[in-house]
Design a protein around this ligand. Structure first.
Ligand SMILES: *[C@@H]1O[C@H](CO)[C@@H](O)[C@H](O)[C@H]1NC(C)=O
Ligand SMILES: *[C@@H]1O[C@H](CO)[C@@H](O)[C@H](O)[C@H]1NC(C)=O
Ligand SMILES: *[C@@H]1O[C@H](CO)[C@@H](O)[C@H](O)[C@H]1NC(C)=O
Length: 224
């Protein structure tokens, strides 16, 4: 079954590879907004650099306003490959999912494990960037804020029907391929047998003709 799965996933894998090969271009993908309770969730925040060639440093703050909160609270900060979780509600549950091993960040995403209904609310990604033009000592700072409204929904437990239909799909695929192989072997044998039969027949025919002509020849010889 895993072989079939691998074969089915191969084209997807190739696509993913292709995507990763040309990831040089930055795209500001919007974050997902629906989290499932008890699962991990990635809060996406990408801020592309318009001047890719210019040296830059960037830092990111995340703020959070729960459903019943009046104000935003700073929950996380990341700068120069150092980070800090600033709110007890996210202590030990919040991880960096952004650009790694660089101070020149493009991706400021974070990851929260074990989402609870209390994590419902508005998250605020505050992304700062400082461009440094080396030849002129000129510095330019830019800042964006992205609001992400997160809804935490109950886990979707997979129904029996869904599991059953997946199993049936694999059974069907394997069954069809097996049937195809059996059919091919059967046809091959049949053709081979028919070929042999034809060969035998033509050989017999040849022998018959040969013996006949021998007789004829004998007749001729006799007549001579
Ligand atoms: C997340 O939930 C799992 C399963 O309930 C638990 O084992 C794990 O300790 C939890 N992790 C955190 C950081 O709460
Ligand atoms: C995001 O962080 C989590 C927790 O550290 C990790 O399990 C996951 O693989 C990370 N995902 C990416 C895309 O970096
Ligand atoms: C959610 O918040 C309520 C009220 O502050 C608290 O009583 C409850 O324990 C929290 N639940 C979780 C899973 O953190």
């Amino acid at each position: 079954m895993s072989v079939v799965r691998t074969l089915l996933l191969l084209p997807l894998g190739l696509l993913a590879l292709q995507a990763s090969l040309c990831h040089a271009a930055c795209v500001e993908v919007d974050s997902d907004t629906e989290a499932v309770v008890d699962r991990g969730f990635k809060l996406g925040c990408i801020y592309c650099k318009m001047r890719g060639e210019v040296q830059a440093t960037a830092w990111v703050d995340w703020w959070f306003k729960a459903k019943d909160d009046v104000e935003y609270t700073k929950i996380y900060t990341y700068e120069n490959q150092k980070w800090k979780v600033l709110d007890w509600r996210f202590q030990g549950r919040l991880y960096w999912n952004g650009s790694k091993n660089t101070a020149d960040l493009l991706d400021g995403s974070i990851y929260i494990v074990n989402m609870t209904y209390n994590d419902t609310g508005i998250y605020n990604c505050s992304f700062y960037r400082k461009l440094t033009f080396s030849n002129s000592n000129f510095e330019f700072e830019s800042h964006i804020i992205k609001n992400i409204t997160i809804n935490v929904v109950p886990g979707t437990t997979r129904g029996m029907a869904s599991i059953l239909s997946e199993v049936m799909m694999y059974v069907t695929i394997i069954g069809l391929q097996f049937w195809l192989v059996v059919e091919m072997v059967y046809c091959y044998r049949k053709i081979a047998a028919a070929g042999e039969e034809a060969l035998r027949e033509s050989a017999a025919e040849y022998l018959a003709i040969a013996s006949e002509s021998k007789d004829n020849c004998a007749g001729v010889q006799v007549a001579e």
